[in-house]
Write a protein that binds this ligand. Structure first.
Ligand code: M6R
Length: 566
């Protein structure tokens, strides 16, 4: 979702555009810049890609702010793109997050005073109302409800970036006359940075930085080292990030195995009788796999929850709450984590971003070791997240070992070495079915197809077919039947026949030896891990279907990589 950069230095517009390019992976629909030119604040905004800002990149500026916007209040348009300015033009700001009381504040000023439909413009007006400088920031913050990371330019202070932060990340880097303020550490290279806490605000110039806490007291911030994942991935030329990331999977799994062989997880499972797992989208599917592992391998009662559906979590004593989030910034998941912590729960986060906001809050943080994932559709992070949960379940059962994970790693490498390019047959409806763990894999395979090909598909437990969905099956239906569980193979076969006898086309994906001769066969590794091998195939299926339709698989419409709003 939205991304922020603010810079002080030389030729900052060039650097700001580079920063926005690094933030593009988050998903956005418009972009913009604000900068000082002859003591006046200028803005330049575009609907669409960051490259549209290149027209002004050669302009000389020594201070500026930049933003990528993912629409929440108001449609994607040039008028709604950030920066937004106050009526008298004294303040110009960029904002990540949502101002919850924007509507009420807008009424105070009168609708006719606004040029955009955004909640952000309200903040600019509020700042103007309270004057200039840091005092205006303090007064405005007292009126704001919601989440915000804001970087602002104020006409009265042409060498200063003003900052304010609540529930959205904001970091400051200051060294030898160069300043970067960013919402994502990915834009910082090496050295040290400051991390703002909720309620903090202040200003930064090339030489000085002053931050205040919620009570308005000056505080001294601690410098933190910029930590980058030490995960070096092959730089083969791929047409899209998504394809590269699928091909990264074996290397990431090797990193994961090496890491967990040498780093104990720090979880004491003897303390827990219940496990609750929470995530959204692919991370929720990861959580569902976790339930299968904890119950099946370790015999520990477990439940998975869609984060946005957890209203009032009921936490029994001796419960471990596991949160799964590739980005570590997903607002729905974070809200549950905060509530769980308030109730005294022990929290464990499995994430791909060890410096994320959730990583700072969780009691224990375990890395996915997937390396940077840029494509909106999560691929290698799913495989790695599920693998971490598999290891945790082995640990909980007192059976920690890496043998089968290593086999999975080499089978995925073997599969990818054949460069498979699965084709999606023409059809009106696509279904994914499976039983047990295959049901979860069916859900994840289905999500991949939907999100990047825009094909309407559904996934459900194979046994449910005859309880309703069978009514949809006809000769235009394509059904992917995942079949890896020997014990349930007979029942899966029955479901496959039910589809075939109604004219539906079935593609069986299986690790079982005695199955239909036209089935797509995969090596059997371990009942718990077979689904991850098939998933690589389903990820490729979705990728090639999207690419053949001429869509950009990396940037599906309407979606963002990191969903930082509720
Ligand atoms: O960063 P997170 O893992 O918390 O993200 C959760 C979901 O938004 C994410 O998995 C989403 O479903 C993916 N785009 C699916 O490919």
């Amino acid at each position: 979702m939205c991304g922020i950069s603010g810079r002080i230095g030389t030729n900052v517009l060039l650097f700001l555009i580079c920063d926005l390019q690094k933030l593009e992976y988050r998903g956005y629909d418009s972009a913009g810049l604000g900068y000082f030119e002859n003591d006046n604040i200028k803005t330049f905004k575009v609907k669409g890609r960051v490259s549209g800002l290149n027209k002004v990149k050669k302009k000389c500026a020594s201070i500026g702010i930049a933003h990528t916007r993912w629409a929440t209040h108001g449609k994607p348009s040039k008028a709604n793109a950030h920066p937004h300015s106050s009526e008298n033009g004294n303040w110009t700001i960029v904002h990540n997050g949502i101002i919850e009381n924007a509507k009420q504040l807008k009424q105070e000023f009168g609708d006719e005073h606004f040029k955009s439909q955004t909640d952000t413009e309200v903040v600019a007006h509020l700042l103007e109302k309270y004057g200039d400088g840091v005092e205006a920031i303090k007064a405005a913050m007292e009126r704001l409800k919601g989440s915000y990371a804001i970087v602002a330019l104020n006409k009265a202070y042409p060498d200063t970036l003003f900052v304010m932060k609540n529930k959205s990340p904001l970091y400051i880097y200051q060294s030898e006359g160069q300043v970067t303020v960013t919402s994502d550490i990915i834009t910082l290279d090496t050295g040290f940075y400051y991390d703002l806490e909720d309620g903090e605000y202040g200003f930064v110039t090339a030489e000085k930085m002053q931050i205040f806490n919620q009570k308005g007291k000056k505080i001294k911030k601690q410098l933190l080292p910029i930590k980058k994942d030490n995960i070096i991935l092959p730089q083969k030329p791929f047409k899209h990030h998504m394809l590269k990331e699928i091909y990264d999977t074996p290397t990431c799994l090797q990193y994961l195995i090496d890491y967990y062989k040498n780093h104990p997880t720090g979880v004491d499972f003897s303390k827990y009788e219940h496990i609750k797992l929470v995530g959204c989208g692919t991370a929720y599917h990861t959580a569902l796999m976790g339930v299968k592992f904890f119950e099946g391998i370790a015999g520990v009662e477990s439940h998975a929850y869609i984060a946005s559906e957890v209203y009032k979590p009921i936490l029994k004593p001796n419960t471990l709450c596991i949160f799964i989030s590739q980005s570590g910034e997903t607002a729905d998941t974070m809200e549950v984590m905060i509530n769980a912590k308030k109730q005294g729960a022990e929290t464990l986060l499995i994430t791909n971003r060890m410096t994320s906001t959730m990583a700072k809050k969780a009691d224990i943080v375990l890395p996915m070791m997937a390396g940077e994932e840029v494509a909106v559709a999560s691929t290698k992070a799913y495989t790695c997240g599920v693998s971490v949960l598999y290891l945790l379940a082995l640990q909980a059962a007192g059976k920690m070992n890496f043998t089968n994970l290593k086999r999975l790693q080499s089978e995925i490498a073997k599969l990818l070495s054949l460069s498979p390019q699965p084709r999606l047959a023409r059809c009106k409806n696509v279904f994914f079915i499976g039983r047990g763990m295959d049901d979860v894999s069916a859900m994840e395979g289905c999500l991949k197809l939907k999100e990047i090909t825009y094909i309407n598909s559904i996934a459900f437990a194979a046994g449910e077919l005859k309880h309703g969905t069978l009514a949809l099956i006809d000769k235009h239906s394509l059904v992917f039947a995942l079949n890896t569980c020997a014990e349930r193979a007979g029942k899966m076969q029955a479901a496959i026949e039910e589809v075939r006898s109604r004219g539906g086309k079935v593609v069986e994906l299986t690790t079982l030896p005695a199955t239909n001769k036209d089935a797509v066969k995969f090596e059997h590794i371990d009942d718990n891990l077979d689904g991850l091998l098939i998933m690589v195939y389903l990820q490729l299926l979705a990728y090639y279907a999207a690419a053949r339709k001429g869509y950009n698989p990396d940037k599906p419409r309407n979606l963002a990589k990191s969903v930082t709003v509720i």
